[in-house]
Design a protein around this ligand. Structure first.
Ligand SMILES: Nc1ncnc2c1ncn2[C@@H]1O[C@H](COP(=O)(O)OP(=O)(O)O)[C@@H](O)[C@H]1O
Ligand SMILES: Cc1ncc(C[n+]2csc(CCOP(=O)(O)OP(=O)(O)O)c2C)c(N)n1
Ligand SMILES: [Mg+2]
Ligand SMILES: [Mg+2]
Ligand SMILES: [Mg+2]
Length: 343
């Protein structure tokens, strides 16, 4: 890409360049951005990256999808704190083989998600990388002082809930990756699964409802799989979590695709990841009120288990018996057999 770095930044970030107002006193285009938060609010900040070959391949995601999903994974982490996403800082590492036009489309994806969730890009960094495309976003948001929803807040006597179906993204990825060797045409309704993988949604409205209603306790977003995120809550809160297998919400399209490839759909639900639904806990006495509040806002809400006193861990209740649910999920430094690749 024989082009000038500064001209490229102008081209890719065009709509955000120099934008001020609405809490931003210095926007994109200076050494750093300057913004303020409203009285009574704190800043909530997170950072997630997407790397070619690890988070996407050219054949699984278009440039626009890459930008969009990188924003969603960050917006989802703000949602999981009960916060309001506000400002984004975007770092792109461009490797040989990626054209300026493709990078522009990555920024179009970023822009689409930003518009949908009311986020403003206020800066970033542009660098060359030797091997694969890197996209890293830092997202800044606001949350009512002292009220962020933590992973450590689950208590014995709570019920466990989910804001939507899980396993769809992993099924969509499986569909995309097995495209070449598949003998039969995929069913048209399975396209929903591909869309869940490429263009997930972040549950900001649900996170805000949980915080504002005062009914939500622990909260976490599902990036590495239901099992892994439930384990994080159990360990941070010092509680035993029991998940009822038959209550785990899964799309009908996901079940039918899993059946067609001889896969147990629960494996994708527990260990797939990238669903960006929220998993949390609510005091059992408040669960009905919370379910009604979700229904009133037209938001899905599924109860799927209990939080109990006991050794921190996650158990699966299936056909009347309980067994430990392995603490597995997507892990950057382990292979599929669970071996640590770094020794
Ligand atoms: N390289 C790092 N340097 C500093 N903090 C990190 C790093 N990687 C992760 N963290 C922090 O560790 C925590 C867990 O990160 P992660 O598992 O990626 O969360 P999530 O799955 O919600 O995105 C977060 O507080 C995150 O900010
Ligand atoms: C080509 C390809 N292979 C595998 C995956 C699956 N995958 C990659 S990263 C990941 C987990 C989420 O990423 P991570 O960086 O751990 O996000 P975080 O938990 O920090 O939000 C999953 C399920 C994918 N999306 N694309
Ligand atoms: Mg992360
Ligand atoms: Mg998270
Ligand atoms: Mg994350």
């Amino acid at each position: 890409m024989a082009r000038d770095e500064f001209a490229l930044i102008r081209e890719w970030t065009g709509r955000s360049y120099g934008l001020e107002g609405n809490g931003v006193s210095v926007g994109l285009g200076d050494d750093a951005a300057v913004f303020s938060v409203a009285a009574g609010m704190e800043v909530v900040a997170c950072c997630d990256a997407m790397i070619e070959t690890v988070h996407f391949l050219r054949e699984t995601m278009s440039p626009c999808d890459i930008g969009y999903k990188a924003m969603i994974s960050n917006i989802s982490d703000i949602a999981a704190m009960g916060g309001i996403p506000r400002y984004a800082l975007v770092t792109i590492g461009v490797s040989p083989g990626w054209q300026a036009d493709e990078c522009k489309r990555i920024y179009e994806g970023i822009d689409q998600a930003a518009k949908l969730y009311n986020v403003r890009m206020i800066g970033g960094d542009t660098v060359a990388t030797p091997d694969a495309l890197h996209l890293s976003i830092t997202l800044l948001g606001e949350v009512e002082s002292g009220r962020a929803l933590r992973r450590s807040s689950a208590r014995a006597g709570d019920l466990l809930f989910l804001t939507g179906p899980v396993g769809s993204s992993a099924a969509g990825l499986d569909l995309l990756l097995s495209r070449r060797e598949r003998a039969v045409e995929p069913r048209p309704d399975w396209q929903t699964l591909v869309a869940q993988h490429q263009r997930p949604t972040a549950q900001v409205e649900a996170g805000r409802l949980l915080l504002k209603s005062g009914l939500g306790r622990a909260l976490n977003d599902i990036s590495d799989g239901l099992a892994s995120e439930a384990w994080e809550i159990a360990e941070a809160s010092g509680c035993k979590i029991v998940i009822e297998a038959e209550r785990v919400p899964m799309l009908e399209e996901m079940r039918s695709y899993a059946a067609s490839v001889g896969k147990n759909p629960l494996d994708w639900a527990f260990y797939g990841g990238e669903d960006y639904q929220l998993i949390g806990s609510v005091p059992a006495t408040e669960a009905e009120t919370l379910a009604a509040a979700f229904a009133e806002h037209g938001l899905p809400f599924y109860l799927l288990g209990t939080v109990e006193a006991g050794q921190p861990g996650v158990w699966l209740s299936e056909q009347g018996s309980e067994r430990p649910l392995p603490k597995a999920g997507y892990n950057h430094f382990k292979d599929e057999a669970g071996e640590d690749q770094n020794g």
